[in-house]
Ligand binder design. Structure first.
Ligand SMILES: [Zn+2]
Length: 321
């Protein structure tokens, strides 16, 4: 049973929104496009393992995707967490093509394509840290007994996997996604003691889901981009062309000729997504939409469902939690 579904990561939504609004010749575009491609590949790798996970019997396994928990002062995010009555399994998904060399001397992951080499953080080290953090979290929530396993899942079947120096026990922790089912069955053979009865399992899965927190980074600060760098306006809800025109009380798309009454609502969401601001003023929304009329944006904001502070003069509308 899937308790927590996989959804598009916030950072992907942020980068897409940023590129939509950044002029074609902006000098940060190539960097943002490269980062978007990297995050998109990670997300599609994570999604691609869902097919293999669908073979696990629903009654026996509880699955939570993209779970971010806090243990002490640190947070940690796991791509997929699988709960079984006898054990817990953390999956870290890597969607990297070429030849992957897990270098255990320097704890790095080296990707080789032709003569080109690129280094990434060691996923084995990362996953074993997540295991320790999850152990602490479980202990703090009175679930200390359950053994935790972890696997690195390489999502592309064409990726060649190597390890230096070779270590049998660690090597078993790296798998291609089409062997998830077999490896999980090996783990069931290994962990034969039932530790979580149905009520306990239900309680734990609810607790994990409830304690999940979303990390939203201020994406514009990260790239040193200002609101004045962005193209103001709102996108067409049908063809995504940008920006729409304001014609006789409607939004009008020059490209596909549709009319919209509330296309500005997605611009409002984008404002919060991009700025990470806790609130928006009428003036800020007018600037973001490129509208001069205060009364129009006042109506938009009042109709948006956002709550606002009481003062009339310095009124701000609060971001939805
Ligand atoms: Zn359109």
């Amino acid at each position: 049973m899937i308790i927590k579904e996989r959804t598009k990561p916030v950072v992907l939504l942020q980068l897409e929104a940023l590129l939509r609004r950044l002029p074609g010749n902006h000098r940060k575009r190539p960097l943002i496009e490269a980062d978007l491609a990297r995050y998109a590949a990670g997300y599609s790798g994570e999604k691609s393992i869902d097919y293999h996970l669908s073979f696990l019997p629903e009654k026996e396994f509880t699955i939570l995707h993209d779970l971010r928990l806090s243990s002490g002062s640190h947070s940690f995010q796991m791509d997929t967490l699988i709960l079984h009555p006898n054990f817990i399994l953390i999956l870290e998904v890597k969607n990297i093509t070429g030849t992957l060399i897990f270098d255990q001397n320097f704890h790095q992951l080296i990707r080789k394509i032709g003569d080109k080499e690129e280094a990434f953080p060691d996923p084995l080290l990362q996953a074993s840290r997540h295991k320790k953090q999850l152990q602490q979290w479980l202990a703090a929530n009175r679930f200390e007994e359950i053994p935790i396993e972890y696997l690195i899942v390489v999502s592309s079947p064409a990726t060649i996997i190597k390890m230096i120096p070779f270590n049998q026990s660690l090597y078993k922790r790296i798998i291609h996604s089409n062997t998830i089912y077999d490896r999980v069955n090996e783990l069931i053979e290994k962990h034969k003691i039932l530790l979580l009865k149905p009520p306990g399992l239900k309680k734990l899965s609810r607790l994990l889901d409830k304690n999940h927190t979303v990390l939203t980074k201020p994406i514009m600060d990260q790239y040193g981009i200002l609101l004045t760098d962005l193209i103001p306006g709102t996108a067409c809800p049908k063809c995504l062309a940008f920006p729409m025109d304001r014609v006789q009380g409607h939004w009008f798309c020059k490209k596909c000729s549709i009319k919209s009454k509330n296309a500005h609502l997605s611009a409002l969401e984008e404002y919060f997504l991009l700025t990470n601001a806790p609130s928006i003023s009428n003036k800020e929304f007018r600037f973001f939409l490129n509208i001069s009329s205060t009364s129009i944006t006042t109506r938009f904001l009042l109709d948006s469902g956002l709550s606002h502070n009481s003062s009339r003069k310095n009124r701000v509308y609060l971001r939805k939690k």
